[in-house]
Design a binder for this molecule. Structure first.
Ligand SMILES: Cc1ncc(COP(=O)(O)O)c(C=O)c1O
Length: 403
């Protein structure tokens, strides 16, 4: 392809909005702005929580301003303290681990399974000991972890499970929604996610009703209504201030009403959004049937993938090529911007600076060093999906030909 032809190609690159709002969702924002008695947490937030818990089919839920906030509250409620250990996959987004590191507990990095690329139960088995108090399976890229295998390790030892479902809202494991299986389920409605509440947002799902109470106290600076009726509503003050948990200061992780209103509507169509993403994934991957050097995530029968992202490992050893060669070629010749994601946390300056660099995670390293992540969002459309596959395949052909 000549330079002029390359210059004429429209670039294909990731965009920061995964799912666009529809007309009803846009109108709802306006209605809430015009009619609501509060724009902070109120009836829309309360309804969103109830509907989310019903969607999960278990427990209760607290609406929050981010999944990082949900993970933070979960980390606090697990009661982790210095001397305890928590098992977290090294291959995940930074927010999975930071709240647990902040408790003072020691992070033990688990490896990923080479085929599914989510936390490997075999690796977890090697890390557990009497100090292990918590494990944090991450349903990365939208694929549920092998929860039965993890429960089998956790339950007899009383280890609490915090599911990081940021990338997998609506995903199912053996028919159960992710986030309803462990003690806590943390969801993100950030702009990059399958459903987003105007750019930021999150939900903490809990199984124990007491955790729902604590979460609501922790999330709004300990503000809490007085119990019972009072003769004079203003005495001693309009609202009570309660300690959320012994030894814990409260935080502010509230979500606004327009955001919750949008979340309620997106929740009604998240299964359709995910089904469409699965179709999009199947269409894209079908193009690579004759290219075994592109290895996509394996989806076990018991898991329903929601394809938050589309990633693959490039095994180009037979051609003496690396994924960096593929990315460079596709970008320079075909203006396709492929990226590399999830710096293994134990190798990052951040975690190293806190002394969390000890890890034996060979599959995490192998995947990170060979992975490619594609531009990916809801409703890309068949033409763009096919175009992206064709540009990639031309890159793979060039690698085979020594280009
Ligand atoms: C796996 C994972 N966990 C946690 C988070 C944090 O989500 P939020 O941006 O809502 O705080 C993200 C967001 O990218 C994520 O991908």
């Amino acid at each position: 392809m000549s330079q002029t032809e390359t210059a004429r190609l429209a670039p294909i690159e990731m965009i920061g909005v995964q799912t666009r709002l529809n007309h009803e969702e846009e109108q709802t924002i306006l209605r809430v702005l015009r009619e609501a008695k509060t724009l902070a947490t109120g009836p829309e937030g309360d309804a969103f929580e109830k509907e989310f818990a019903a969607f999960l089919g278990a427990g209760d839920a607290a609406v929050l301003s981010s999944c990082s906030g949900a993970l933070e509250l979960a980390a606090i409620m697990t009661g982790l303290k210095p001397g305890d250990e928590v098992i977290v996959p090294a291959h995940t987004f930074v927010a999975t681990a930071v709240p647990f590191a902040r408790t003072g507990a020691r992070i033990r990095w688990a490896d990923i399974d080479p085929d599914t690329r989510v936390m490997s139960p075999a690796s977890v088995q090697q890390l557990v000991n009497e100090r292990t108090k918590v494990m944090v399976p991450v349903h990365l890229y939208g694929l549920p972890c092998d929860m039965d295998a993890l429960l089998k390790i956790a339950e007899p030892r009383g280890i609490q499970i915090v599911e990081d479902c940021a990338q997998a809202p609506g995903g199912r494991y053996k028919g159960r929604r992710v986030g309803s299986i462990g003690h806590f389920g943390c969801f993100s409605f950030h702009t990059h996610k399958n459903m987003s509440t105007l750019g930021e947002g999150g939900m903490l799902a809990v199984r124990d009703p007491q955790h729902a109470v604590l979460a609501r106290r922790l999330r709004w600076m300990g503000n809490w209504p007085f119990e019972g009726t009072r003769d004079r509503y203003w005495v001693p003050a309009m609202g009570n201030l309660v300690p959320p948990m012994p030894g814990q200061w409260p935080l502010n992780y509230c979500l606004s009403e327009p955001q919750s209103a949008v979340g309620r509507l997106l929740l009604k169509r998240i299964d359709r959004i995910n089904a469409q993403r699965r179709e999009q994934a199947a269409r894209f991957q079908a193009h690579f049937a004759d290219y075994p050097e592109m290895v996509f995530q394996k989806v076990p029968d018991q898991c329903e993938h929601v394809y938050h992202l589309m990633s693959a490992r490039y095994d180009g050893q037979a051609y003496g090529k690396t994924r960096n060669d593929v990315i460079a070629y596709c970008y320079e010749k075909y203006r396709l911007k492929l990226i590399v994601q999830y710096w293994p946390l134990n190798r990052s300056d951040l975690f190293r600076s806190f002394g969390f660099d000890e890890a034996h995670v060979p599959e995490t390293d192998r995947f990170f060093d060979n992975m490619i992540s594609f531009p990916w969002w809801s409703e890309m459309g068949d033409a763009l999906v096919d175009d992206m596959a064709q540009r990639t395949i031309r890159g793979l052909d060039a690698m085979r030909a020594g280009g």
